[in-house]
Design a protein around this ligand. Structure first.
Ligand SMILES: Nc1ncnc2c1ncn2[C@@H]1O[C@H](COP(=O)(O)OP(=O)(O)OP(=O)(O)O)[C@@H](O)[C@H]1O
Ligand SMILES: [Mg+2]
Length: 290
């Protein structure tokens, strides 16, 4: 037991810092997290970044569906030790690599030591091969999603202009903030009519975050409501590839450029590695000094 804890502590301390770990999340479901994750990952890849997209959605594995990819295996097989990471990672267009979603990770907090070690090893290896590790999360304030968000270097909070989506986005923001107040949270407003509508949503959320939580929120940009998005879903192809000049693709490209050139904006001295925070957030017995 002590040996396992020591091993986990060592693994968790090995994060290569150049890799930016970014969780894409929301309060309300269906606001476009997976759509943003897939197309943003491709847009970052076109800028020359090495990108890995991990589907942490525990139920439906939507990343694969949106990209028209097929796989028999997922991260759970790596964690249980029946497959290697290389057998699970799917090579997608533009050099993007995808790790499919898995219902087998639903009890991630309850994994036994050997499985945790394999999960950390796998994530570490993904970090080492990438500049950006994007984590598409499930909606809502479930333990797994919140832990991935509070472990990441940056969180992209997606909302639409719908009042219920805005209220739920604030609830998510508050939950993340109370668990880790220095996490960098960036806002994307999806399915808007125009930039003015998105700006109004961003101003509202930024003001509320400042007033009630005393924290900043970085507005990263908007994506217009665009029929090309639904058309590409029907074709199981990302719109960024099928319709590169569509309004939604142009918006995603602008967001990816801002993200690419924006530093994670966190002081280095405060910066614990993703792996260390993940271990702590899941309450794994790897000690407080990792
Ligand atoms: N900019 C957009 N314009 C038009 N439709 C959009 C846009 N963004 C997303 N959609 C549509 O909204 C639906 C939900 O998108 P998506 O699956 O990405 O949301 P999600 O937040 O990942 O959902 P879940 O909470 O179930 O994981 C999809 O049918 C998608 O095509
Ligand atoms: Mg989704």
């Amino acid at each position: 037991m002590a040996d396992q804890a020591e091993k986990l502590r060592k693994l968790a301390g090995q994060t290569k810092k150049q890799c930016r770990v970014i969780a894409i999340t929301s309060g309300k479901g269906g606001v476009g997290k997976t759509s943003v994750s897939v197309n943003l990952a491709l847009a970052l890849a076109t800028q020359g970044a090495r990108v890995v997209l991990v589907d942490t959605d525990l139920g439906l594995g939507n990343v694969e569906v949106l990209m028209g990819l097929h796989s028999f295996y997922n991260l759970a097989h790596v964690v249980e030790g029946s497959k290697t990471l290389e057998e699970v990672v799917i090579k997608a267009p533009l050099g993007l690599e995808v790790v499919p979603g898995s219902s087998g990770l639903s009890r991630i907090a309850d994994l036994v030591d050997r499985d945790r070690e394999r999960l950390i090893e796998a994530l570490l290896s993904l970090c080492e091969r990438s500049d950006f590790l994007l984590l598409d999360t499930m909606a809502g304030i479930g333990k797994n999603t919140v832990s991935f968000c509070t472990s990441a270097d940056e969180v992209l909070l997606v909302t639409t202009p719908e009042p219920s989506a805005i209220v739920d986005a604030y609830a998510m923001l508050k939950t993340i903030h109370y668990q880790r107040n220095d996490v960098v949270i960036k806002l994307i407003v999806n399915m808007v009519l125009n930039s003015a509508q998105a700006q109004a949503v961003a101003t509202k959320l930024t003001n509320v975050a400042q007033q009630y939580l005393g924290r900043g929120l970085i507005y990263l940009g908007h994506i217009v409501r665009d029929t090309h998005v639904n058309q590409s879903v029907m074709q199981s192809q990302p719109f960024f590839i099928t319709y590169p000049n569509a309004p939604a693709s142009r918006c995603v490209e602008a967001i990816s450029q801002r993200l690419f050139y924006q530093s994670p904006a966190i002081e280095p001295k405060k910066k614990l590695g993703f792996m260390k925070r993940l271990a702590q957030n899941f309450g794994w017995a790897v000690g407080s000094d990792i």
